[in-house]
Design a protein around this ligand. Structure first.
Ligand code: ADP
Length: 444
């Protein structure tokens, strides 16, 4: 029944009461009495509806008129709500089932850091108990690396850490935010792959180490033979020279392999010595002046920002870039090295006007032993490991390697250090964009 029909019905009833009252000479009393009866009836209906609403499990009571309609609409709404809730619950059950059956650990933490839910693998990986639901994750997982990572809130990269205790398992944790500040944690046991990786690194390091001594002996004797070619049969001179060239190449390769495995094994360890990039570059310039007196190295030192890190690693990265710039450009061109602040970061850029690199090769240059076809000749003296070393050093110093190059025109390799965090600026006003008076250009 519609509202207007109900109102018409009430009006008709009151009119009838007024007419009857008129007939008996008491119209007002008749209307008032009818109104009172109506109010009483409505109050009674309301009471039944209210009682039913408080016990929604029971079937709806028998009601009349507009109250019957209201009740049936409430009933329909309730039914729809129940169906939607059941559907939602079955989706949640389905998702929880699929998470539970995963071999990786999954846990949900709310915005206050309280554990809302976790599956069995998460329980054993993080050493939790079923009763820990609702507890603070921070109080349950004590690993300092985990606490730092979780509190920092920067989850762009996953965390890999070793758990304490006898087992010393390696865990990889990935965290994603969702909903209202909730966090979804994926935890994977990576102990086996970490062990394999260690075996591989140790193998490379051991083989490189073991091969160094025999190679030194071979190249030593070859050098001795070739130091006085007048006493050699001329037929042997060229082969001996080639042997020496290859032996030296192998020595360089082993040196780079050993250095790379050392950097890899030290990655992730705290580095906290301020490195003065200005003096590092000046030292490199002096060294190159001796090793390559024919080449010109121009330095542009526009900031005295110091980088927190390892001097030897940074030195090897920059010297690899500079040696490449020399190696892959013609003899009389200048190589430029600049140290400046730009776009909120600190850029150490090495530019040459050499052969350049086709854009197709750029994404693969930092792979071990990847070399552009033209530069494979032994005469280039490269090992194919230089940029892999640079990439590792960059990563362990929170920097990234940026490569810009144009075929036939030249290349710029830049180590971009973050503007905040791992550096030190003596008397640093948020500056450091090159102060005019500080601009220093040195020539090598
Ligand atoms: P390599 O020991 O061969 O130089 P790297 O890892 O240092 O190995 O470099 C990988 C490849 O990238 C090189 O073989 C070369 O083809 C290319 N490359 C690196 N630096 C430059 C450069 N400045 N100009 C042109 N090509 C370069």
């Amino acid at each position: 029944m519609s509202w207007t029909a109900a109102a018409t019905k009430v009006c008709a009833l009151l009119a009838l009461a007024a007419a009857l009252g008129w007939y008996y000479g008491q119209p007002l009393w008749a209307v008032a009495g009818t109104l009172l009866l109506l109010v009483g009836f409505w109050l009674y209906q309301m009471k039944r509806v209210q009682r039913w609403l408080r016990n929604p499990g029971e079937p709806p009571p028998e009601t009349y008129g507009i109250w019957g309609d209201i009740l049936s609409e409430i009933y329909q709404l309730q039914k729809k709500g129940r169906e939607a809730r059941d559907r939602l619950q079955s989706t949640v059950d389905y998702l929880q089932d699929s998470f539970s059956s995963m071999r990786d650990g999954v846990a949900i933490v709310d915005d206050h850091g309280l554990l809302k839910w976790f599956n069995e693998p998460a329980q054993s990986l993080l050493s939790l108990r079923p009763a820990d639901k609702g507890q603070s994750l921070m109080n349950l997982v004590r690993a300092p690396e985990f606490l730092r990572y979780f509190n920092l809130g920067d989850f762009r990269k996953p965390l890999e850490y070793r758990t304490a205790g006898d087992s010393g398992a390696w865990l990889r944790v990935e965290i994603t935010r969702f909903g209202d500040g909730d966090r979804l944690l994926f935890i994977r046991d990576i102990t086996a792959s970490v062990r394999m990786e260690k075996v591989r690194k140790d193998f490379v390091a051991n083989v490189s180490h073991e091969l160094r001594t025999p190679l030194t002996v071979i190249s030593g004797y070859l050098g001795t033979f070739l130091s006085d070619t007048s006493r050699l049969d001329p037929r042997y001179i060229k082969p001996l020279q080639q042997m020496l060239q290859q032996a030296v190449r192998m020595e360089n390769l082993l040196k780079d392999l050993l250095w790379l495995s050392r950097i890899e094994s030290e990655q992730g360890m705290e580095v906290h010595t301020p490195v003065d990039i200005r003096s590092l570059l000046t030292e490199l310039q002096d060294e190159l002046r001796t090793a390559h007196p024919e080449r010109k190295l121009e330095l542009e030192l526009a900031t005295d920002h110091k980088v927190m890190g390892d001097y030897r690693e940074l030195y090897s990265a920059v010297s690899n870039l500079v040696l490449n710039a020399i190696r892959y450009s013609v003899d009389n061109t200048v190589v430029n090295v600049s140290w400046s602040r730009r776009d909120g970061g600190y850029h150490l850029a090495v530019s040459d006007r050499g052969i350049g690199i086709d854009a197709a090769h750029i994404p693969r240059l930092t792979e071990r032993f990847y070399r552009v076809e033209d530069s494979r000749s032994p005469a280039s003296g490269g090992t194919g490991l230089g940029l892999a070393i640079v990439k590792h050093v960059a990563a362990s110093h929170g920097a990234r390697l940026k490569i810009e190059s144009k075929l036939g025109k030249g290349s710029t390799f830049s180590l971009v250090f973050p503007g905040q965090g791992r550096g030190i600026n003596p008397g640093d006003s948020p500056d450091a964009a090159a102060q005019p008076g500080e601009h220093l250009t040195a020539r090598g």
